[in-house]
Ligand binder design. Sequence first.
Ligand code: FAD
Ligand code: NAI
Length: 468
Amino acid sequence: MESFDVVIIGSGPGGYVAAIRSAQLGLRTAIIEKDKELGGTCLNIGCIPSKALLSSSHHYAFAKTEAAKHGIRIDNVALDLPTMLTRKDKVVKALTGGVRGLMKLNKVSTFQGTGMITAPGKVAVQGAEGVAQEIEAKHIIIATGSVVVELPSMKFDGDVIVSSTEALSFPEVPKKLLVIGGGAIGLEMGSVWSRLGSEVTVVEFLPRIALGFDLELATALQKALTAQGMRFHLGTKVGEVKVENRRATATATKGDEQLTFGADKVLVSVGRRAFAEGVGADKIGVELDDRKRIKVDEHFRTNVKGVYAIGDVIAGPMLAHKAEEEGIACVEMIAGKAGHVNYNVIPGVIYTHPELAGVGITEDFAKEKGMKVRVGKFPFRANGRALAAEDVDGFVKFVADAENDRIIGAHIMSPAASDLISECVAVMEFGGSAEDLGRTVHAHPTLSEAVKEAALSVNKSAIHIGNR
Ligand code: FAD
Ligand code: NAI
């Protein structure tokens, strides 16, 4: 029987990153993945293919509606959807192949099959051919991720009522797409198909979109997406979706009003749930919480000695970078080092155009809790680089502790918000103040100058806008 120091079940961003770090630390490491490709949800059916389509559809929309403003005439812009989808698949293949290469490079043993813990220290790998192989491990990390939430009144049929996975590969642009849930998936995939010509309606149960993000920015994003052609019904609950002759009819209630939506495709994006089934957690008595997530302590240890869990399968935001950091911290602690994840500074991003990014405390949360904060803002319409690019929609907002000026929240809506937020995260990680960031030299002309200016505006010293 092969024996390892660390065996990781699941090769998503949590699992594969943990495997690399584990091997770097000199631990004999193995990873088990039930799917043919490594990389998990993120690389195969999540972050990467969605961003590939967001990128392609953005170019298409630019060519159709924005290029002329720059003095570029593009006649007869036409969509070649098969090529767009093939490119997306190629990107995924390059990255999943890359992960396989990294496993080899780091001498991580890879097993294909379903991993099941049969006893502490023992994992059976059930391959596709039905042959089970047992391996031994001093430490077992469960990194089995999450799966889509299915609602009983709108069960997935893989054709008309679908999840994000099918929405990454619609063979043609649906004439009408109904999106149920105005969260990250609904807004990103809704944007893709709206840009490609679909009539997209988003129905959201809450009175706002993008829960978790700053309300003012989320409202601004909704306005921007509405201007791009997407329709929104907030505070609206879909009761049921019926399918007849491959056409869906959804009935919904908005207060006292009854609404009916017809659609060719219905994307149900109402969240994901932790997936700990079939991994043997129940067999060895690993405790789950009330949402069926694996319970862990601050060392990612479950209640069973030698068994750990990281990523989407435990509590916290379901984000690839959160899973990665947990993977690294978990194996570092296994190796006797001081691993740590700072949960106060995990950024979140929605990759629409403009993008929405946020980290830390929002202004609305601070108000609700009666916290003493100062807020600084700066709009991209006053930023030279944004004007040069003719892409000015959005602003930066900082929330700083009123007593010591420390930044406790940063929120950005802009074309490159996903990258701009990193600077804010770094400053927050080091406990920096708005003045620290505001006095840091930023290259000119860059979008990042809006970040600097917003930080200056916390103390009413922004240069390129009036300070009230
Ligand atoms: P996963 O990536 O889910 O990986 C778990 C792996 O475990 C899977 O490969 C699964 O096959 C395997 N597995 C499960 N059980 C077993 C078993 N018993 N034996 C062997 N293998 C098993 N996050 C972001 O941060 N940014 C984004 O832009 C983003 N976009 C997304 C877009 C979409 C459409 C979706 C669906 C998700 C997106 N996410 C994004 C979320 C992100 O994909 C997840 O947070 C991330 O993949 C979680 O990583 P993980 O390693 O915990 O689990
Ligand atoms: P989500 O939790 O982000 O959003 C779901 C939305 O659906 C919520 O706003 C909720 O109020 C709404 N909802 C729930 N039930 C409803 C109903 N019956 N009718 C109408 N609306 C309803 O979940 P989503 O978008 O499915 O994404 C799943 C996970 O994947 C998220 O946790 C997210 O973190 C991750 N993800 C991250 C991305 C990113 O980082 N850019 C991109 C895509 C997904």
